[in-house]
Design a protein around this ligand. Sequence first.
Ligand code: NAP
Length: 309
Amino acid sequence: MGLSNLRGVPDWQRRAGPATIIDGKAIAARLRQEVGREVATFTAAGGRPPGLATVLVGDDPASAVYVAAKHRACEEVGIRSFAHRLGADAPSGEVEALIDRLNADPAVSGILCQLPVPPHLDGVALTGRIAAGKDVDGLTVASAGALALGRAGLRPCTPAGVMRLLEEVGVELCGTNALVVGRSNLFGKPMGQLLLAADATVTIAHRRSKDLPLLCRRADVLIVAVGRPGLVQGSWVKPGATVLDVGINRTSDGLCGDVDFAAAAAIAGAITPVPGGVGPLTIAMLMRNTLEAARERQGSERPAVLTAE
Ligand code: NAP
């Protein structure tokens, strides 16, 4: 980063490591408190209490753990939650009928269909059935289109969480070189769109990208979401860069990310650990999206105000 680019850049970002470790757990806890206060104000002012409905099909243990964590977060921030669990052999029509009922239920502000669904079901089609205003995961075609076109809408929780982390640590994105490694619909693509909307110069890398180490070395902001432990080596990191590791990998040594944390932390300006980095922001952002959906719905339910000529 040249000297002329350093205006507005915090001190820790100007020098090469050892990196500031970004405490995602603490930032997520603050965000949940913030949402909790806003939920209380919203309902005290007569707003319909926000409600999140989850749809879990089958008995995948990891999915059950994620859904349970989402319900716990709802309880913490004062959002009502409605758990719907269907058998692993539930026919598509049954899941569709449930989503249709939830779309029509005024007590439900947000709907989340936990992925992956069993192989006989089409997760993309089921998610696509969720009404745009209740798509708190931000994954429907309507939400993705709104993001791509820069229109208002609910944004996918993990990329939105990364944006919140970047804001919290004071990273100036305008004009910066940002690299996203991974191009999934769930993370990489919306992440790229959010960075672009914040005026970063964005590159999205994937399996077919040539010379990934070089692309990484050019990145002031390096965001990795691949699902391969230690893919990004310390020597690939630009001195002083901000590194956000989205990967979650279960190994015999426990959870780890996609970045060689120890080596990268010696060079980066700031870095997220795994666990305790990006992960906790996802559920906190889901809470924020559910509140936003409730606010938006309340606004659209209000009768139009007639003004005297
Ligand atoms: P995904 O759908 O499997 O996508 C992985 C992406 O990584 C693909 O675009 C793939 O490229 C790319 N990739 C794979 N190997 C690569 C390599 N050697 N070099 C460059 N790119 C490579 O995964 P995802 O859903 O985005 O998730 C990625 C990781 O993030 C996983 O570990 C997941 O658990 C984690 N995650 C965490 C959270 C959270 O913290 N809450 C949320 C979402 C995801 P191609 O497209 O060319 O195949």
